[in-house]
Design a protein around this ligand. Structure first.
Ligand code: ADP
Ligand code: C5P
Length: 204
């Protein structure tokens, strides 16, 4: 059986990880997850002070390596993915093995931006959540989980996150097969996706 490759995009804190976790919990080891964020370049790659790095630009990720890894998983090979820290903005020394499986989910704000990556997806989902809700969730999450201060979140949001969202993320909404409103816990949408995955896993 060939793998079903699902791309889950959407703005920051829209609910991509929440949806991915729901699908992972529904199908356990039949699902492999790759996050575009694993492929962020190390902070040393950027020629600007750390506080000014634009993490929302398409060229801030090593997307070629993600494409290579995705193709290997598709061919049934194990890959060793990078490990990234949001706390230190570094790519760590360690690598983690990722096994192929019948369902491969790729998640990230910009994954539909790159044509070569986009063409690998059998199903493209865009999680759509209002910007104000996303900002509130992001402030909460970045303080609790990513070791950020309110001031740094505010500056980053206004200087890079918001303009990059409008320039690069928002236009990819129209490249998706499915747009999920109220992302994260939209049960009807989640059930439809689960049904699509079941059809792939159990065709009869
Ligand atoms: P993304 O992966 O798109 O950045 P997450 O799924 O990590 O977004 O969600 C961002 C934050 O918002 C998390 O703290 C998550 O628990 C919370 N969240 C996600 N969906 C909902 C929802 N429907 N209602 C309330 N909080 C949510
Ligand atoms: O989980 P989410 O989709 O929100 O992750 C993407 C976001 O992570 C981007 O909007 C980017 O600004 C942020 N990011 C960050 N610091 C890093 C790497 C990414 O704030 N070191």
């Amino acid at each position: 059986m060939s793998s079903l490759i699902i791309g889950i995009a959407g703005g920051t804190a829209s609910g991509k990880t929440t949806l991915t976790e729901i699908l992972k919990n529904s199908f356990k080891d039949k699902v492999t997850v790759l996050r575009h964020d694993y492929y962020y370049y190390d902070k040393s790659y950027f020629n600007v002070p750390e506080g000014q790095i634009n993490f929302d630009h398409p060229e801030s990720f090593e997307t070629g390596l993600l494409i290579e890894h995705l193709n290997k998983l598709k061919n049934g090979e194990v890959i060793y993915r990078p490990v990234y820290s949001y706390k230190t903005n570094e790519r760590l020394e360690e690598k983690k093995p990722v096994k192929p499986s019948p369902i491969i989910i790729v998640e990230g704000i910009l994954i539909f931006h790159y044509q070569e990556l986009r063409e690998l997806f059998d199903l493209k989902i865009f999680v759509d959540t209002d910007a104000d809700i996303r900002l509130i969730r992001r402030i909460d999450r970045d303080i609790k989980e990513r070791g950020r201060s309110f001031d740094s979140i505010k500056n980053q949001y206004l200087n890079t996150v918001k303009p990059m969202h409008q320039k690069y993320v928002e236009p990819t909404r129209y490249l998706a097969d499915i747009i999920i409103p109220h992302g994260g816990m939209n049960e009807i949408a989640n059930d439809l996706i689960i049904r699509k995955i079941k059809t792939h896993l159990y065709p009869d």
